[in-house]
Design a protein around this ligand. Structure first.
Ligand SMILES: NC(=O)c1ccc[n+]([C@@H]2O[C@H](COP(=O)([O-])OP(=O)(O)OC[C@H]3O[C@@H](n4cnc5c(N)ncnc54)[C@H](OP(=O)(O)O)[C@@H]3O)[C@@H](O)[C@H]2O)c1
Length: 272
């Protein structure tokens, strides 16, 4: 564990807020240098600055996971930092979107096909980042890849067919890739949190409040009650489990986070 902690360079997608920001902070606190990537640069700059102010190393980067050219461009712009602190040994695929609609209406949004949009961000995004960074890890025989799936990659939720399908795709892909990576020094794992206390869930709460007239507090309590642990997962708990996977030797594991803590650590159900 300590060996892997020595100055790894870590790329976190969707790191401008929510779970990704918590992962970036946690990885930096553990000694990693972090590329804080997302589309909203104000968010990325704020997270990177906060890490630097605490004595860590971090750089913001514009990466739209649906556009592989933006990752190439970010890596080119950070060439000096990567040469100094790299190579990128840890990749965390966290960027994701979640929209809801009845399954027969999913394809008809004003912004185009909802299924395709979810697959582009939640499945092809991680797949493309892996295809860009894993070959160099394999060449070195060392690397850690963690993707943030969801309990929606393990079960269904009503009105979330596009999100659930995209997370199932990510889970299936990772299960296969991890089998192929066995024994090669590069590991690929997943975290699958239930509802997390993050801006994405704030949006879900807003949508439900608008539709049902329930209060925000009541809606939040309802979502928490849907988690097997009876409470919302915290972003810090997701980050702690991600760090465990980045610094450990597990491969092909799915860490399901039901919410709550056990023995002073995030509650986790380990699956494969
Ligand atoms: N919240 C939950 O209850 C929950 C539960 C299980 C799993 N998850 C998963 O956890 C991950 C993070 O969720 P969160 O709750 O932290 O969501 P969030 O608060 O909405 O943050 C999502 C992050 O992803 C980025 N992002 C979205 N589209 C992107 C794109 N095309 N390219 C690059 N970055 C993009 C966003 O930044 P920009 O928009 O600025 O790019 C933002 O930084 C997602 O994969 C989500 O599916 C969430």
């Amino acid at each position: 564990m300590e060996r892997a902690l020595q100055a790894e360079l870590c790329l976190v997608t969707g790191a401008g807020r929510g779970i990704g920001a918590a992962i970036a902070r946690r990885a930096a606190a553990a000694g990693a240098a972090v590329i804080v990537a997302a589309r909203s640069q104000d968010d990325c700059v704020a997270v990177a600055n906060e890490i630097v102010e605490r004595g860590g190393r971090a750089w913001p980067a514009y990466v739209d996971v649906t556009d592989p050219a933006t990752l190439d461009q970010a890596l080119a712009e950070l060439e000096g930092e990567i040469a100094r602190c790299g190579p990128i040994g840890w990749l965390v695929n966290n960027a994701g979107i979640a929209e809801t609609a009845p399954f027969l209406r999913h394809g008809r949004g004003a912004e185009g096909d909802t299924f395709e949009r979810h697959l582009r961000v939640n499945f092809h995004g991680p797949r493309r980042a892996i295809e860009r960074l894993a070959p160099a890890m394999l060449e070195r025989g060392a690397g850690r890849i963690v993707s943030v799936a969801s309990s929606a990659g393990l079960q269904g939720y009503p009105y979330a067919a596009a999100y659930v399908a995209s997370k199932h795709a990510l889970v299936g892909y990772t299960r296969c890739a991890a089998l192929e990576l066995a024994g090669k020094g590069v590991t690929m794992n997943l975290v699958a949190p239930h509802y997390v206390d993050s801006p994405m869930t704030d949006q879900t709460v807003e949508r439900i409040v608008k539709k049902t007239g329930r209060s925000a507090a009541e809606t939040r309590a309802f979502l928490a009650s849907q988690n097997p642990g009876g409470e919302l997962v915290t972003t810090e708990d997701v980050a702690e489990v991600v760090l465990e996977l980045l610094t450990g030797a597990r491969n092909g594991a799915i860490a399901e986070l039901p919410g709550g803590r056990q023995d002073g650590r995030p509650a986790v159900v380990w699956r494969s």
